[in-house]
Write a protein that binds this ligand. Sequence first.
Ligand code: 0X9
Ligand code: CA
Ligand code: ZN
Length: 439
Amino acid sequence: MRLMKTTAIVLGLAALAVLAPPVAPAAGQADQIISVAERDFAAAGLGRKGLDLLMRKDGRVYIVASPGEIAALAALGVGYDFETGRFLRTSSEGLSAAGGINGAYHSTMELETDLRILERDHPGLASVLEIGETLEKRKILALKISDNAAANENEPAVLLTGCHHAREWISVEVPYLFGKYLLDNYDLDPQVRALVDASEIWIVPIVNPDGLEYSIHVYRYWRKNRRANADGTFGVDINRNYGCAWGIDNEGSSGYPGSDVYRGTGPFSEPETAAVRTLFASVGIDFRALISFHSYGQYILYPWGYTAAPAPEDAELGTIAAAMAGLMAAVQGTVYTHGQASRTLYVTNGDTADWAYSLRGAPAFTVELQPVDIDHGGFFNDEAAIGAVFQENLPAMLYLARYALDHPLPVRPRIVERRDRARRATAAKTKPSVRPAPG
Ligand code: 0X9
Ligand code: CA
Ligand code: ZN
């Protein structure tokens, strides 16, 4: 049977009224992992209620549920089992003491230190740029890799992002290690050198540092950013806040602030998405491809995510995804399922890949890293796995960067965000550093 990955499901407005707790759960009341029989799940229509689905296995659906959601399920007469003890590993399991509380995984500070080391050790090839600032005043950092990294040479560019979702720690490491690999091998490998000389590789390993820190220090299963919502709940799902088909329905995101798939008050309402927009939509940077790394489930997903309808470049996207899946499987046999996001996993609206693709038709992918299901570790990859997960993704990342180099995009955007034109023009003038959009 096919194991579905962690999810988020959604919310019809009517359903929302049913599931939204009458009173927002008090801060500090922890979510629980519960399971519901598939039959009860379907009978109660829970697939459309904005729940954070963790996986489906052996006839049960596993859900990360807030106290309010659990109360609402009970009120609906849905039976559930508490599963938290089974799934919540101790924070130190699989992690060395040496790397701090999160082991060899990067905290926000550890990443800044390591990015600056790369910059120092590879003068001319690496630049660290601040592309935004979070609600808790943390820097969102980008690593730009190119020959003459400090200059704007308008070379074909590719963007790799990690950690839209706080608990997906492995998604930080894969793009970071890709940057390190390019820099370490520039003098050794003529193909790496040719790629770096001809293009710009942009890497934002931690899009959501506030959430990541919360996941490290407070609650390992935290997903969203740390926006203080009007109703007393916290967090917007950064991967529901982008401006393509934002909030178009309540299946692909939730309008209820306490939901783990809350879309926010408007498109790009959050500093994290605004920072990625300012970068990726910059006039003067020729972004031609994107991978947004997540975990877990072993998927390569492409637009559209918001609708089952195929994207105009559906065939090309499918061909690229199949090529990447083949390259990944060749490394150590790991199978990444590839397909259109909405049909292969589930519907979302406001996700990164849909928006990136919508601008100019750039091939844009969500890669859900290992493992395939929570029984193989879920979000809690042992730190010993970091290297292998990076290695199996390396050829696919190289392939997409090379593909971008060889495939110019139409100059004319397909969807112009009119109100952003002025901002982008401003950003272009301040090259080479990319400034966050004001406000
Ligand atoms: O729900 C998401 O944002 C992504 N999965 S995760 O478990 N990492 O949260 C998937 C986004 C891909 N887009 C669609 N499936 N439409
Ligand atoms: Ca660490
Ligand atoms: Zn994710």
